[in-house]
Design a protein around this ligand. Structure first.
Ligand code: ADP
Length: 687
């Protein structure tokens, strides 16, 4: 009979047997598990290790499996990952399997661990324990990280990247590849990369490609491919073989850059470059033509100026000369006044013509400066003398300062005088009281040169400062009413500035409305003469008293009756004995038969012109030293030169004022017969 005790004992025995049996298999299992490279462990429901295999013991760095018993698995989980791991642990306790990765801590610090937990259930379905398999995946996960980076780099590369297998079938393409050729991934995978060929890549490219790849070398080159839509696709390509550990080529990696646009631009640039050369040639031709045209225009402008100057000066000579003659013939006071007005008007007209011509000459680069000894005192005296009368009439006085000026200076005396005259004439014109100060000072000593400053200050109507700069522009006046009140052309200041600049200086003014103005200009003068010439003495001679050579015989050759009459009258009035010729031929004949002390020779005459006549006279024996003075309305430097070259001695520009004509004649007569002919250094004198 079974007793409850015996039942109990039986049950206990059975249990113990079963337990023993199970312990035996457990031991077997555990020794099996010890050989596994994975960490295998069993946890109680609190998460404490019950058992652990050798790999686990090694992983945790323990001495034995028993040292693991009772350790909480949470101790090896990084606290940051713990909440997540805890959830999964609860999942395992609830009877579900769970897998997770976590960062280690404590003994596992710095490692990355992957665990998989499986609940062990009793017969009644309750979870008795949890079996886990754990692996240190640190290295693998690092490798994966690296791989992910590479994959990302390849996927996101702007270059087309493809990988083909050894059979040259495409296994992988990145997005850029698809974007550049326009195909979808499924249309590309499995294909030979040659499906993009357009037929335009030279066959030798492919030959070179395979030659390199077959010998295991990477290849670099260019493909002319075609996109899905048929568009051209030019690509710079690098292809490299990929080998397995055994050295066998398993794949090819191809990296391509779309250079279609770059090639197109390069081609376009090439065309532009070619075109540019054509353009440059064309433009050069245009510029050459334009320059020729400009030169021709400038030449014709000069020709026009020369002839206009000649045309105006010739009748002006008659007007001024005949006026002078009429003044000598005892006119009534009223006639005298009229003659004075004619004289003034003609003089004014002449000064306008002179200004216009001077400006044009400067503009055309035709105005050359004289180089004569400059007597500043004489210049100032002459300028002041010219205005002393009108100034006195207005009650204006002159004040002159300029003591520390070096004695001997060379430059263009005529132009200095002209510039100063402009300023003084304006000062007189625009002042009604007070004084006019004329100052000359050394602005800068430059060694061989000095920069002189000429100032003319008045106490006249003044100018608003903002108007000042514009006044030095041709034809500019303060306002038209000024012109009505004061007359004038608006050329004087412009010319003064141009002259000052030509002489290495500048011109400006300061002024205040109602308070007067101070106009100044600077000019460089030389300390030494650049070439020895007759000119300084000629300038001085203008001051010489006249009439010394009364009785001297002068031949006047001019085809214009009025001009001839003027010259004759002026000369005879001064006591000279005058003969006339109406053309060059006549002049030569007369010079050969009679003896004259001086010849005044017009330039433009019929039969023989002045130059030809002069040459003929010079050719005759005994007449080499006869002073021959050109009388001409051509006032350009070139005209002066040709006169000198033809053998003339000096140059009198028409229209001439009686006074200056007489001065030149006196000068040449006082020199007596000349031992030699000056070829240069003669002086051009304006009436
Ligand atoms: P023009 O005197 O023949 O008109 P300018 O070029 O010499 O020509 O002068 C230009 C203008 O400058 C004059 O019309 C006048 O308005 C102004 N101007 C020149 N000098 C003076 C001065 N000293 N005082 C006041 N205004 C002057």
């Amino acid at each position: 009979m079974k007793t409850p005790t015996s039942d109990l004992v039986a049950a206990e025995i059975l249990r113990q047997r079963a337990e023993a049996a199970s312990r035996g298999s457990e031991a077997r299992h555990l020794s099996l598990l010890d050989h596994l490279p994975l960490c295998v462990h069993e946890l109680d429901l609190n998460g404490k290790f019950l058992t652990m295999n050798a790999a686990g013991v090694r992983m945790l760095g323990l001495d034995s499996a028993s040292a693991a018993v009772g350790l909480d698995f949470r101790q090896v989980v990084d606290p940051v990952d713990l909440p997540r791991v805890e959830t999964l642990w609860l999942q395992a306790l609830a009877g579900q399997g769970s897998e997770f990765e976590f960062r280690g801590s404590g003994r596992m610090a710095g490692r990355i661990v992957a665990s998989s937990f499986v609940p062990v259930k009793r017969v009644d379905g309750q979870v008795a324990s949890v079996v886990g398999v754990t692996q240190d995946i640190t290295e693998r996960s690092q490798l994966e990280g690296e791989l992910r980076k590479f994959a990302l780099a390849i996927e996101q590369s702007p270059d087309s990247i493809s990988i083909t297998n050894a059979q040259v079938q495409i296994e992988y393409v990145n997005d850029a590849y698809l974007k550049s050729c326009g195909y979808a991934r499924e249309e590309v995978l499995g294909k030979n990369p040659g499906f993009l060929k357009s037929g335009k890549t030279p066959p030798e490219t492919y030959r070179a490609l395979w030659k390199a790849l077959n010998s295991g070398e990477p290849w670099k080159g260019q493909f002319h491919n075609r996109k899905k839509n048929g568009d051209e696709l030019i690509e710079d390509v690098v292809i490299g073989p990929v080998r397995d550990r055994g050295g066998q080529v398993t794949h090819f990696v191809e990296v391509k850059e779309d250079v279609t646009e770059r090639m197109r631009i390069a081609e376009e640039l090439g065309e532009y470059r070619l075109h540019l050369e054509d353009l440059v040639a064309e433009r050069t031709a245009q510029l050459t033509a334009a320059r020729a045209q400009a030169e021709a225009a400038s030449k014709s402008k000069t020709v026009f100026l020369t002839s206009m100057s000649h045309e105006i000066r010739t009748p002006m000579n008659a007007i001024l000369g005949l006026t002078y003659l009429l003044q000598q013939e005892h006119p009534t006071p009223q006639q005298l006044e009229h003659l004075e007005q004619i004289n003034n008007s003609a003089g004014h007209l002449l000064s306008i013509i002179n200004s216009v011509l001077d400006l044009s000459k400067i503009e055309a680069g035709k105005l050359t400066l004289e180089h004569v000894k400059v007597d500043l005192r004489a210049i100032v005296n002459m300028v002041v003398a010219q205005f002393i009368e009108p100034a006195e009439k207005k009650g204006l006085t002159f004040e002159i300062a300029g003591a520390e000026i070096p004695g001997a200076l060379w430059g263009d005396a005529t132009r200095l005088k002209q510039a100063l005259l402009n300023y003084v004439s304006n000062a007189v014109k625009f002042s009604s009281q007070g004084k006019i100060s004329l100052r000359i000072s050394v602005q800068e000593d430059l060694g061989k040169e000095v920069l002189l400053r000429f100032e003319v200050e008045d106490s006249g109507i003044g100018i608003a400062p903002e108007r000042l700069a514009r006044l030095f522009v041709p034809f500019e006046q303060v306002d038209s009413s000024t012109t009505r009140d004061y007359g004038g052309t608006g050329l004087g200041l412009a010319l003064t500035r141009q002259l000052a600049e030509l002489m290495g200086g500048e011109a400006m003014a300061s002024s205040e409305t109602g308070r007067g103005s101070c106009f100044w200009f600077t000019a460089k003068l030389d300390r030494v003469a650049r070439f020895p010439g007759l000119s300084p003495e000629i300038v001085d001679s203008v001051q010489q008293p006249q009439g010394q050579h009364a009785g001297a015989r002068i031949l006047v050759a001019d085809d214009n009756f009025a001009n001839r009459a003027v010259a004759v009258a002026i000369l005879e009035n001064s006591g000279f004995v005058v003969a006339t010729a109406s053309n060059g031929q006549e002049a030569v004949e007369m010079a050969l038969v009679a003896s004259y002390d001086l010849v005044l020779m017009d330039m433009q005459m019929p039969v023989l012109d002045g130059l030809q006549a002069t040459r003929a006279i010079r050719a005759a024996s005994g007449l080499q030293h006869l002073p021959i003075l050109a009388m001409t309305a051509n006032v350009f430097e070139e005209d002066r030169k040709v006169c000198m070259e033809a053998g003339m001695n000096d140059f009198v520009a028409k229209p001439f004022r009686a006074q200056s004509l007489l001065s030149v004649i006196e000068h040449w007569l006082s020199l007596g017969p000349l031992p030699h002919l000056p070829l240069d250094g003669g002086n051009c004198r304006f009436g």
